[in-house]
Design a protein. Sequence first.
Length: 414
Amino acid sequence: MAAHDALPSRNPQLVVVAVDDAWVAYDPVRRQAHLLNLTAGLVLDACDGETTEGAVTAELAAAFAIETTLVARQVAAALTDFGERGLLRGSPDETISAIDEPRLADPTTAPTPAGDRTWAVQPPTLDLLGTAVQIRIEEPGLAAVATGVLASLIDTCATNRAPSIHLDLVTNDETVILLRDDRALLQTGDRSLALQRLLGELNQQAVGGTTDTVLLHAAAVRGPKGIAVLPADSNSGKSTLAAALVRAGYDYLTDEAVGIDVHSGAVRVYPRAVGLGPGSWPLFPDVAPTAAETDAGYFAEEWHVDPRRLRAGALDHLDQLDEVGEVGGVPIVVVAFPTYEPDESSRIEPVERATALLVVLHNAFNLAAVGEPGVRALDDLTHHTATVRLVSRDLDEAVALLTPWLGPSTVSGQ
């Protein structure tokens, strides 16, 4: 490229934000975040299809008092890198279609209408982060187990809104069929699998129905000073840490999804049952499933624990939720990225803002739908909130490390 040639245009779906001495470019369609140094970020910001390479080179050389030939090589290298990363218009697969969140595969069987069935349980419609969902279950035994699992949602998210989604578990002979709006998603003789898939579909509806709230895959609890958000991948221990914080006296918000309203910054939550994997079971033996449930094959891979079994009153504060799960007037005081390291000392490590933004972008559910406002909301979150890495080898030590942000718990001695 000659100095008088215009720089290529950047990929129009990118959202590019300056973060301290770095830049972050996020592609909400590919769900990829890129950390750029200051020079590379300025070059990408200038990629408008009109500004010439020579003009950018001269501007950067003057701004940083660097020899022009050196800057020219840096600009050329940056452009090559941008092309390889798909950051420029015309890059390979630039027009890739949106990547959906994982969903249950559509079955090949014909729809099986719920029809005029007798429901063993038909809880109130649940408002899950703005999506109104009605659940109905036909078989009494399965209904009893499911009602226990769904109790935290039933007691905090009931709404008078008309449902936009129906999820039904119906029974034909020994087969349980999961229906979404009369469309069969699963047919199985395994009641535990049917319940697990119902919960999975419920999660999908909760995180997939909003375009004005950016949703993080995160646990969250509330203390006297505010909310701690714990973004992390699955099987990272965030649910176990949330359970320990609740038991220590903090209020439960979620172990799955935290929403940030892109307009107001308000926090929205999804207070489902706490999901504990086998590695956590020895830490909470008193909340194990009943013998009847385990004998029937339920909860062999994951316990679903009502947070009130961890501590009575853990959900009392959520009677103040509005119709979209908003926790009014309570700020996020820390975003902590938890990691369990049994052979290291427990500690808090500050995380630079640009790195923190990359991590929260990685843990966002729905940026393809929310787009640039969601990226801006997360940028604002990392700008105004403490961001730290929480390394822990012991749950009590992890709780103690978060206490300065959360404030004293409701349990004596914490």
